[in-house]
Design a protein around this ligand. Structure first.
Ligand code: PLP
Length: 361
């Protein structure tokens, strides 16, 4: 399954018109999940593909022509006690609000955002479209566990001139997801490309940022790496982040360092959560600039963080043709502890003492 699109039947859509958001839920063609699972693969794929077409939305728009738009990535996780819960949707609501404002769109109200996510997941679950908790996931700390990936995004009105969007849609779709990074490849490589520039849109989860990320990630994969890592635009010296994840270096000195936020770094919610979990463990966390030289010589463990990735170990980092292996080249101890704690809270095997989960059912 990994990270491929297989849309659930029910989606949410809101349209901004005359100072108001007009909301609706759309139910696309489907059978029961059991019937769909029993279909020949090509037929099952055709059915889920058909759910990705919205024929009443404009083809030529500021989104399709110029990449004007923003999105979120949120997960709903099956709980050990049988329920289903969304991880920190209030934080995604806040970021989405800021993203839309940053793109000069009418910002989508935070309460509507959280309600839309809960209701979309709930309606799909009522049709049987939801993952079921499996005890076997506990064996490898949920590295291969299933969840519902929720993708809220903006979509601009029709138009051809370069322009901002004043009457966008907000759409929420769901798709099942398991492990994010494919097996086999594990190392990362520093890319020569620049993801984000000062006073640009790097801090926004903006559609347009991901073109360069996709190119760099493709080049990294062609060269045999799992992930690419970007350096800053001005000096090409400070580490910024991965293609769609934040990065952490656990230094030999015992300090966990992650690049400080600014206008070129995406404020990840996993990043925020892991900083808190690390501090809870008594680890000193520093949000600051870290040069590639320091990262390569002083690191004992490295990992990247994101909703899809969790905390994923980066056992080695290649730079200008030289590969540096961190520690013994295996997933580090702190990385695994943080991953275990995060996943434990998310899947309900550890108490949610911080109130990070919003129950759906
Ligand atoms: C989404 C994203 C992240 C991670 O954010 P989370 O909220 O943790 O999922 C980090 N960097 C970039 C560039 C991203 O797009």
């Amino acid at each position: 399954m990994a990270f491929t699109l297989s849309s659930y039947p029910i989606s949410y859509r809101a349209k901004y018109l005359r100072d108001q958001w007009k909301e609706e839920f759309l139910e696309k063609p489907h059978k029961t999940p059991e019937e769909e699972a029993a279909l020949p693969p090509a037929e099952a794929a055709a059915l889920s593909d058909s759910r990705n077409f919205y024929n009443d939305m404009p083809l030529v728009s500021y989104t399709t022509q110029y990449g004007l738009g923003c999105f979120e990535g949120v997960k709903a996780l099956p709980q050990k006690d049988g329920g289903l819960a969304i991880f920190r949707p209030d934080k995604n609501a806040e970021r989405f609000y800021n993203s839309m404002k940053g793109l000069f769109m009418p910002p989508f109200p935070r309460e509507l955002f959280v309600k839309a996510l809960v209701e979309t997941v709930k309606r799909n679950a009522a049709l049987g479209f939801k993952p079921r908790y499996k005890t076997e996931w506990e064996k490898d700390s949920f590295m291969n566990a299933d969840s519902v990936y929720i993708r809220p995004f903006s979509y601009a009105e029709g138009g051809i001139g370069v322009n901002i969007s004043s009457e966008p849609w907000v759409v929420v779709i769901c798709t099942p997801v398991s492990a994010y990074f494919s097996e086999g490849k594990s190392g990362a490589v520093i890319t020569e490309r620049i993801r984000a520039t000062p006073r640009g849109t790097g801090w926004i989860k903006a559609d347009s940022n991901y073109v360069i990320a996709a190119l760099a990630k493709h080049e990294a994969a062609e060269a045999g790496y799992m992930e690419c890592v970007f350096l800053d635009a001005q000096e090409h010296r400070f580490v910024e982040e991965g293609s769609s994840c934040n990065i952490f270096f656990y230094l030999k000195s015992g300090v966990l360092v992650t690049p400080e936020l600014g206008d070129t770094i995406l404020p990840g919610i996993t990043r925020l959560s892991l900083i808190e979990l690390a501090r809870d463990r008594g680890v000193e966390v520093s949000e600051r600039k870290i040069s590639i030289d320091e990262a390569l010589s002083e690191t004992r463990e490295c990992f990247v963080s994101g909703t899809a990735a969790g905390a994923t170990p980066i056992p080695s980092l290649s730079y200008r043709g030289k590969k540096t292996v961190f520690g013994d080249g295996k997933a580090g101890e702190l990385t695994m502890e943080l991953q275990k704690t995060l996943k434990g809270i998310q899947y309900g095997t550890l108490p949610d003492s911080k109130g990070w989960l919003t129950p759906v059912v």
